[in-house]
Design a protein around this ligand. Structure first.
Ligand code: MEV
Length: 423
């Protein structure tokens, strides 16, 4: 960079002018940065409305997973991910689950929690009871903030009051529980929490500080289960291997983090494709994996009486259909239309099914041939292209490279020359 990153009024510029400014300030040739702009002017202006200081967009591949039979209905599931093999693995696992009825789901009411932190309370035990006595007043005040939500059948449902203490911290924390219907709910509950905080502080006779939703959305759990046919999986040994792989994750946080990452490969891809908040979902999921004080697997795998593999998964999924990028991003809107969902809960149930499928597919690969072979065949295609293979030569060269076991560019060039010489 050849100038200061301090650019007064940068935010007031339009995306094109911002881009020119960035080129100027960075000192880089414009062509090095061109890929950051979006050629589609419409998309650039949508980006400009969605975030601050936008100069363009980054395109992430959007795939569609097939074969998903969920609660007796078929779904094509849009998935946005930069990782190869994810969409194929989910589709394959869904095909195996289909054989035995597909995925079965259930979910709790879409209730989110907002926290109001109250400090400097002299009598926290009594303050807790004073707040609980004011439950109806507080719920009415909360609901007055969002008459539309109430009209739609949602609204504040209950309160909980916790005393949170550590060596250097003591607070009375009120949880407001709100049924947010088809929203992710952050805006609705944050508005209510901010409106309630002065009254809560007055009742507790303390000072309110934070007023914000909790991403530990454990009143909004989604559950999914599926039976994976033993024969389709490759037999008894494969079922055993998957159960052993699961037990490793259940016992060891080092393995559980990777195991759960495999689940989130599927979940985050649907979350992103539908314009939802990937960080909120990841935070909620990993916190749930640690709910008993020890980080463990979010899913379970066992063998049923007939020897088939049974997978189950339960996690919080705070997903919305209204508001946020789901409403403003045209691709997210199209993704929601393709899914054909009518409620945020239904979206969450489909998303959880993809998480379970993704998890099972990863464990199956890991417990059998390992994941590198699948990755290597995709990698081989990329190396074949980089070595100069023409479109009609890519498949043959990639196959030779993968069989050869040395997926490197020098070897690819050698094999390409042999291929062209008719060897
Ligand atoms: C890679 O993105 C995901 C896996 O590591 C998941 C797992 O190990 O279970 C394959």
């Amino acid at each position: 960079m050849n100038a200061s990153s301090r650019i007064p009024g940068f935010y007031k510029l339009d995306p094109d002018s911002r881009f020119r400014k960035i080129v100027e300030v960075s000192g880089l040739p414009a062509e090095h940065l061109h890929a950051m702009r979006h050629t589609d002017a419409g998309m650039a202006s949508i980006a400009d409305r969605m975030i601050e200081n936008a100069i363009g967009t980054i395109a992430i591949p959007l795939g569609v997973a097939a074969n998903f039979l969920i609660d007796g209905r078929d779904h094509l599931v849009p998935m946005a991910t930069e990782e190869p093999s994810v969409v194929a693995a989910a589709s394959n696992a869904a095909l195996v689950a289909r054989e035995r009825g597909g995925f079965h789901t259930s979910s709790m009411a879409p209730v989110m929690i907002a926290q109001v932190q109250v400090l400097d309370v002299a009598d926290p035990q009594a303050a807790r009871l004073r707040l609980l006595e004011a439950r109806d007043e507080l719920l009415a005040l909360a609901n007055a903030q969002d008459p539309l939500l109430v009209e739609l059948g949602g609204g504040a449902r209950d309160i909980e009051v916790r005393l949170v203490e550590s060596a250097d911290f003591r607070a009375v924390v009120l949880h407001l529980q709100v049924d947010v219907r088809d929203a992710m709910g952050a805006n609705a509950v944050n508005t209510m929490a901010e409106a309630l905080a002065p009254r809560i502080a007055a009742i507790a006779r303390g000072r309110s500080l934070l007023r914000i939703l909790s991403n530990k959305a454990d009143l909004r759990l989604v559950r999914v289960r599926a039976v994976f046919d033993a024969d389709k999986l490759g037999g008894e040994a494969v079922v055993e291997g998957i159960v052993e792989a699961y037990r490793f994750a259940a016992a060891d946080p080092y393995r559980a983090a990777t195991h759960n990452k495999g689940i989130m490969n599927g979940i985050s891809a649907v979350v992103l494709a539908t314009g939802n908040d990937t960080r909120a979902i990841e935070a909620g999921a990993h916190c749930h994996a640690c709910r008993d004080g020890r980080y463990t697997s979010l899913s379970h795998f066992e063998k049923d009486a007939d020897g088939h593999l049974v997978g189950s998964l339960e996690l919080p999924l705070a997903l919305g259909l209204v508001g946020g990028a789901t409403r403003t991003h045209p691709t997210a809107q199209a993704a929601v239309k393709l899914l054909g969902v009518r409620s945020a809960n239904q979206l969450a149930e489909i998303t959880a099914a993809v998480g379970l499928a993704q998890n099972m597919a990863a464990l199956r690969a890991l417990a059998t041939e390992g994941i590198q072979r699948g990755h290597m065949s995709l990698h081989a295609r990329n190396v074949a292209v980089a070595a100069g293979a023409a479109e009609h030569e890519v498949a043959a060269l990639a196959a030779r490279l993968a069989a050869d076991g040395h997926v490197r560019q020098d070897r690819a060039q050698q094999l390409l020359a042999e291929l062209r010489a008719g060897a």
